[in-house]
Ligand binder design. Structure first.
Ligand SMILES: Nc1nc2c(ncn2[C@@H]2O[C@H](COP(=O)(O)OP(=O)(O)OP(=O)(O)O)[C@@H](O)[C@H]2O)c(=O)[nH]1
Ligand SMILES: [Mg+2]
Length: 424
């Protein structure tokens, strides 16, 4: 399994089905009534946290996700079937961004976000029947599909994060206290991607995240950088493992301070996460003396003594972890960024090189569902625009009869109603 924690996806909801235009035909009935059924709704696209997943690898090569179309309506008032929704499974802990704004944090299995709404089905001509118009020759097209792009970013969901310089013994500790079997070796940067393990201590269960080693300057890209710190950003507490013999010729106390600076440079919030400090490799010769010196030069935290190799100190450390978890707040979630509330007018009128354009979501939608090859549909379209005040707005802006007016993808010739013509 390849661990990927960033991806981009492209989603497309289903177009709504078109409404039907049809009239009842029966033997001995000459003028049957309208019986065109409405189209079905197009499928929605959802993004959902799926506990079976732990990487965004699936999205490396499959960037487009399309929900099914709604079926067209048919005669005899048969409504088209709705298009099936498409549910895209992502690992719990996936954050969704749209236009660089965070829109959701899918932490818990089953958390879902509506990524693209399916188009509404168009109305069939049966629904347009009124006392005045008993034989409507018009129907609507289904609403178009919705397209969107999302950036996905995974921040693993874990209770405890392991922190330390390369080679400190993080992965060894994880394999000592959980079933996880990460790669362990006597060289720095053995771990290249995070590992999760589930620990059970006195009836309590919690998830531990082991991440690659950090070094001085990680926040500016040294070593493997500090990208992986995002996988401990949610954790409730951190265990800071320090090789009792130091790393890179520096003392363990210096190592500890250096990493805490890196942590703060990455995120102020992470620097606030409670830490339990443990000196590792306490089974090796000279470790007792080294630990005494370490404790002497670093008095801010209690320093636990740990050997993942012999198991000594593991229990005491895990008890402290359970205690700390009891006090710590829950796994952090990230709220959506505030959205700018744009109160969009129903339409706007603007002058173009060759005439006028009516813009706005509502107007574009109306144009999209209108059959411009049906005379009655065109009249309805015009009546609705007049009702919204589009005609008045065009006149006010200076439009004259005969000018070209574009609405959505359609170009029309402006023919204002009599009340406007008589004014001139
Ligand atoms: N003697 C002894 N050796 C240990 C102990 N814990 C880890 N080691 C050794 O230290 C080396 C590094 O251990 P890892 O668990 O791979 O260290 P890490 O912190 O995960 O390292 P990176 O993944 O490179 O950041 C390995 O050779 C381990 O066998 C310990 O408690 N005692
Ligand atoms: Mg490791």
């Amino acid at each position: 399994m390849i661990f990927i924690d960033r991806a981009k996806i492209h989603v497309l909801s289903g177009k709504g089905g078109d409404g039907a235009l049809s009239f009842r035909r029966e033997k001995h009935v000459e003028m049957g009534g309208p019986d065109g059924g409405s189209g079905g709704k197009g499928g929605d696209v959802w993004i959902e946290a799926d506990p079976q997943k732990n990487t965004l690898y699936d999205f490396t090569y499959r960037p487009l996700f399309k929900a099914a179309l709604g079926e067209n309506g048919r005669s005899k008032r048969q409504t088209g079937a709705c298009g099936d929704d498409l549910v895209i499974g992502v690992p719990p802990g996936t954050l969704l961004f749209r236009n660089r704004k965070r829109v959701a944090d899918l932490i818990n299995p089953g958390d879902r976000y509506l990524a693209a709404r399916g188009g509404r089905g168009g109305r069939g001509n049966a629904t347009f029947k009124t006392a005045v118009n008993t034989a409507p020759h018009l129907s609507e097209k289904g609403e178009p599909s919705e397209e969107a792009f999302y950036d996905l970013e995974l921040k693993l969901v874990a209770d405890v994060g392991l922190l330390g310089f390369p080679n400190a013994g993080k992965s060894t500790f994880l394999s000592a206290v959980t079933q996880a079997r990460p790669k362990i070796a006597d060289y720095p940067f053995t771990t290249l991607t995070p590992n999760l393990g589930v620990a059970r201590v006195r009836g309590k269960t919690f998830v531990i995240a082991d991440i690659p080693g950090l070094i001085e300057g990680a926040h500016s890209g040294k070593g493997l950088g500090d990208e992986f710190l995002r996988h401990v950003e949610r954790t409730r507490i951190l265990i800071h493992l320090v090789d009792v013999f130091g790393y890179d010729g520096k003392s363990p106390a210096e190592n500890l301070r250096t990493l805490n600076k890196e942590l703060a440079a990455h995120s102020a919030r992470l620097a606030q996460t409670p830490q339990i400090v443990a000196a590792t490799k306490m089974d090796l010769t000279g470790s007792d003396k080294a630990l005494a010196a370490f404790r002497k030069s670093f008095r801010k935290n209690k320093i636990f003594s740990l050997s993942s190799a012999t198991g000594s100190g593991v229990r005491e450390l895990m008890d402290a972890v359970v205690k700390a978890l009891d006090k710590a707040p829950g796994v952090a979630s990230f709220a959506p960024d505030p959205v700018d509330i744009v109160i969009e007018p129903d339409f706007q009128v603007e002058q173009t090189n060759d005439g006028w354009r009516v813009t706005g979501k509502k107007a574009a939608r109306l144009a999209a569902i209108t059959h411009f090859d049906q005379d009655e549909a065109v009249s309805r379209f015009q009546n609705i625009l007049v009702k919204w005040g589009v005609e008045d707005a065009l006149i006010k802006a200076g439009a004259r009869a005969g000018d070209t007016v574009t609405v959505g993808d359609h170009r029309l010739t402006f023919r204002p109603a009599l009340k406007h013509r008589s004014k001139r």
